[in-house]
Design a protein around this ligand. Structure first.
Ligand code: NAD
Length: 271
């Protein structure tokens, strides 16, 4: 749970979409929002589940940092515009947009219906465009900005279970970041994707069990065995990388896929 507290995001306003704390344990967006606040940013915590967003905000405030919650559906243009407007009116600007929402349907791809595909594409991909469109005017006004997208190693390779629509939309996420990085470089807006490997989050334990077809301990052991460093990462491993990319320490880094996976994508073992 150690994250930078050196003020490297001082003076920055961050909007993290999909940063709620719905269940016990650390989810990735929640840890990212907390880490940005610990690095001295002011943070708007957006989530479809307002209570979950408020829980993250309560945690941030309990540590003495500044945050505000808003309800947002990242697939709905007006809702995303509203989240950006609330951020700017509450904190006076917007410097960092972090698109963290990611949904999928694992299991036999033949059972992924057209409506499953649309739902996943809307949340994982259309949402990136809607949020960037809404946020870029405020970043231009600020003179610079950072857009980060939480992607997945499933964007680059098969990770041991079928996850077709998820993997394909995450692959497009990486490309979205590259295209946007070049287009908005003249505005001093950096755009990068965080290519996340197997991470132990509450969602994994809740939604992936059926796919692995094992008990929880067996699933955890199998995921751990896929990783050269010996075990799944946690939400803080991703949050630390996000703070770096959001800060000026990464000022010359744009258009990259930063892989955070314990070495998993460097090997062919596991699966
Ligand atoms: N956990 C892993 O192993 C892993 C691996 C690689 C990548 N990722 C990526 O990390 C990100 C977060 O993963 P997580 O496991 O912490 O997920 P999570 O489901 O715990 O958190 C995502 C949050 O997004 C919110 N959300 C869902 N749909 C929304 C919508 N339409 N509008 C606004 N908010 C919405 C949910 O309420 C939830 O609070 C995702 O993009 C995921 O694809 C996770």
């Amino acid at each position: 749970m150690n994250t930078p507290t050196d003020g490297c995001l001082s003076g920055r306003v961050c909007l993290v979409l999909g940063a709620g704390a719905a269940t016990a344990g650390w989810a990735i967006g929640q840890a990212i929002a907390i880490a940005y606040a610990r690095a001295s940013a002011q943070v708007m915590v957006g989530d479809l589940n307002l209570e979950a967003a408020k829980a993250t905000v309560d945690f941030i405030r309990s540590e003495g940092h500044q945050a505000q919650a808003c309800q947002v559906d990242v697939t709905a243009e007006a809702s995303v515009q509203n989240a950006v407007s609330q951020t700017v009116s509450h904190f006076g600007g917007l410097h960092v947009l972090h698109n963290n929402v990611g949904i999928g349907k694992s299991g036999d791809s033949a059972r992924t219906t057209a409506s499953d595909w649309q739902r996943i594409a809307d949340a994982n991909l259309l949402a990136l465009h809607l949020a960037s469109q809404a946020a870029i005017p405020a970043m231009r006004q600020a003179g610079s900005g950072v857009i980060l997208c939480t992607s997945s190693v499933a964007s680059q390779r098969y990770v041991g279970i079928p996850h077709l629509a998820y993997g394909v939309t995450k692959a497009a996420t990486n490309h979205f970041c590259k295209m946007m990085a070049v287009e908005y470089a003249p505005d001093n807006i950096r755009v990068n994707s965080l290519v996340v490997g197997l991470v132990d989050t509450p969602r994994i334990r809740k939604t992936m069990m059926g796919t692995y077809g094992e008990d929880e301990r067996a699933m955890v052991n199998r995921r751990n065995a896929q990783i050269p460093l010996g075990k799944m990462g946690d939400a803080w491993d991703v949050a630390n990388a996000a703070v770096f990319l959001a800060s000026d320490r990464a000022r010359f880094i744009s258009g990259i896929d930063l892989v955070i996976d314990g070495g998993m994508s460097a090997t062919v073992r596991g699966g």
